[in-house]
Design a protein around this ligand. Structure first.
Ligand code: SAM
Length: 278
């Protein structure tokens, strides 16, 4: 029984980091003419209104996108991400685009997307927000299995986002096992894995298993809104990127300190690390 609904969390600091990285990666990969396949293993509803009961209940967006909304710094990457969010809003911040919407903004007519979502209600919303077409498949299926069934992709170019809720603790292990299997079938894809830091040991294990797997070219970008704690709750989140665009690390090295400044508490921090070299 799935209980997680992303509508409670949309636009929080974790979403800001995730979607900023996703947007950067997709923009880079669509510079080449050749068709790209975007595979979103855990898509959510695709679009979120801050007026919803769920968003109003947690108000998590107030700690994330709402803080960055009036950004007045110089980072072209943050400005570019904010321009994306502004395309979904008129003057007031009212909506937040989920990963399928971020991808839809970048993908071209000849690219293809595969959106997996297992929660029946979110799948229904997703299909309303993003109508299935010949180039956009929306599946009420397990995204871990769905991904493996699609590799290697027809176009031989693909970008994968794996963003599970981790409400089942075995997801930490399943994510890494699935990525290793996927990489064996298709080693040149760009893979992005989102993770929450609730218990640091779980992330240490994920990182070490990936390092030991033999997969090359793995980067990690993590935003800590406060220091790790043993108490309940997420204090940081990150994106692990396999085969990142070559400029991504340099870009994130300039972006992360600003995200900490805008989105973290006094004890916030970031990590921008090359886990495994090319
Ligand atoms: N990627 C979305 C975004 O960035 O806007 C947010 C996704 S949310 C963190 C995780 C989603 O995965 C939830 O909507 C949940 O219903 C769905 N889910 C959980 N287990 C799944 C599975 N095995 N396969 C596909 N979707 C699943």
């Amino acid at each position: 029984m799935l209980s997680y609904r992303h509508s409670f969390h949309a636009g929080n600091p974790a979403d800001v980091l995730k979607h900023l990285v996703l947007f950067e990666v997709l923009q880079y990969l669509t510079q080449k003419d050749k068709a790209l396949e975007y595979i979103d293993t855990h898509s959510g509803a695709g679009m979120y209104a801050f007026s919803s009961n769920e968003a109003q209940k947690t108000q998590e967006f107030e700690q994330g996108i709402a803080k960055l909304w009036h950004y007045n710094g110089d980072s072209p990457t943050i400005k570019n991400y904010l321009a994306l969010i502004k395309r979904f809003n008129l003057q007031k911040l009212a909506f937040y685009p989920g990963s399928p919407a971020v991808a839809d903004d970048v993908l071209r007519a000849h690219d293809k997307s595969w959106l997996f979502e297992l929660h029946p209600q979110d799948h229904k919303l997703l299909t309303e927000n993003f109508k299935p077409t010949r180039k956009r498949k929306v599946r009420l299926e397990d995204g871990f299995k769905g991904l493996l069934g699609l590799l290697p992709p027809e176009s031989r170019r693909a970008c994968i986002l794996m963003d599970p809720p981790y409400e089942i603790k075995s997801d930490y292990e399943l994510v890494v096992k699935t990525i290793i299997k996927a990489h064996k079938r298709f080693s040149s894809g760009t893979y992005m894995i989102w993770y929450p830091v609730v218990q640091r040991e779980r992330i240490d294990t994920m990182e070490q298993t990936l390092i030991d797997s033999g997969i090359k070219n793995i980067h990690l970008y993590e935003l800590g809104t406060s220091q790790d704690t043993q108490e309940h709750g997420m204090t940081a989140s990150g994106m692990i990127v396999i085969n990142p665009p070559w400029k991504l690390k340099a870009t994130m090295d300039t972006v992360m300190p600003e995200l900490v400044e805008y989105l973290s508490h006094k004890d916030g921090f970031y990590r921008s690390v090359e886990l495994v070299a090319e």
